[in-house]
Every structure is written in C-alpha cells, then in structure tokens.
Design a protein around this ligand. Structure first.
Ligand code: G3P
Length: 215
C-alpha cells in the first residue's frame, strides 16, 4: 500500500518524509489556502521535496479551464498529478489528459458509479472521500470495497486512493480491502506507530537492561 500525506504544510511533509516510507502528497484548495502562499509556489516546493506523485487540484469547472490549468500545473515538475473534480467536464478532461500522458487524480468521489466513469476515462487515481461519507451517516468504507471490487472485475489500472481519512481504523480497513493508496493527514500519520503496550514493554526492557553489561 502506498502512503501519501494529505497536506500542503512543508514542515508536516518533511516530518512524514523522515520516516522514509512516504510515497507522495495530496493537496486541495483548502489545504493550499492554509499555507498563505501562492498556489504554484507551494506545489513547486512540495514537488522538489518529495520525489513521488504530488496532486495539485485545478480550480476551473469548465473543460477549457480545467485543461489550461492542468497543463500549466503539469509543467511545474514531472511528478505532478492533476487533481480533477468528479463532474462531467472533469471526466472529459481526464480522458484528454490521459491521451496526453498527464497523470490525474479524480477527486470528490462519493459513489462507485462515479468511480467507474473515472476509470473508463483513464484516471491514474480515484479519490473516494470516506470521512465525509461517514459524516452524513453513510459507510465510507463500503464505497472503497465497491470500487476495489468493480476495478478488479474489469481489470482497470486506476488506483484506489482512500481519501478523507480521519483515524487509523479508516486506514486499516482500507488496507484490508486492498485500496492501492491512502492519503493520510499528518495527525493520523503520527498516530500509526504508537501503541501503549510497545511503550510499556520498552520501559520494562530498559529497566532490565540495567542489570547486565553490553560486553
Ligand atoms: O484531500 C482530500 C481529502 O483527503 C480531504 O479530507 O478531511 O477534508 O474530508 P477531509
């Protein structure tokens, strides 16, 4: 499973990268806004810092605008993936980007039929938002399972990127279901390594290690 970090904060990206297991970064307009810096500058900095795929989201909703912005963002670095919203114009744009060799991440996916359209258009990634479905009392993880099954049934190469992850159980369930990628907020990333029994066991080992010498 690939691990992406869902942030535009360079400090968070550096800290996650230090683990040595970070495969990429996803951003969205809300995350970019939090940095207070110009969009293209932030994306260029992230793409230099992380060699893996870095998703940058278009802002236009019409086909010409999506294509113009996507092509402009794709020129920033070779690892930029164009994030496109799951609307009719977005699907049309993904098909065109796919023909041009531009990688895409289709975002704001809330149904398996939307995900099927994205795969048929040649999307590189599909981003089902699990947390936001949970927020309205739908089972976000059920959507991941449906998409994984449908993509397997027809051998689509589009990668399932579990997004809007709010806690480690979302990640665990996505991994059990076979999602290809998870994009994880730094707060959740930081939780993954922690277990109270690890701390307790370590405390005992350190105490006992005082009873003998190394050589
Ligand atoms: O980047 C897309 C997604 O992960 C957003 O998550 O927590 O704003 O629903 P959230």
């Amino acid at each position: 499973m690939d691990f992406f970090i869902d942030t535009a904060d360079l400090d968070e990206i550096r800290k996650a990268k230090d683990y040595g297991i970070l495969d990429g970064v996803t951003t969205n307009p809300s995350l970019i806004a939090k940095t207070g810096k110009p969009f293209k500058k932030v994306i260029a900095e992230i793409a230099t810092l992380v060699p893996g795929d870095v998703s940058a989201e278009v802002l236009s909703l019409d086909l010409d605008g999506i294509l113009r912005e996507g092509r402009e963002l794709a020129k920033i670095a070779g690892n930029i993936v164009i994030k496109v919203p799951l609307i009719a114009e977005g699907i049309k744009a993904v098909k065109i980007f796919s023909g041009e060799g531009i990688k895409t991440n289709v975002t704001l996916c809330f149904s398996s039929m939307q995900a099927l359209l994205a795969a048929k258009a040649g999307a590189t990634y599909i981003s089902p938002f699990v947390g936001r479905l949970d927020d309205i009392s739908h089972d976000g993880m059920e959507l991941i399972q449906e998409i994984v099954t449908i993509y397997q049934n027809y051998d689509y190469s589009t990668k399932v990127l579990a997004a809007s992850i709010r806690h480690p159980i979302h990640l665990k369930t996505a991994a059990l279901m076979g999602a290809d990628v998870a994009t994880i907020p730094f707060k959740v990333f930081d939780m993954l390594v922690k277990h109270p029994l690890t701390d307790k066991g370590l405390e005992q080992f350190i105490e006992d290690s005082k009873k003998f010498h190394w050589d």
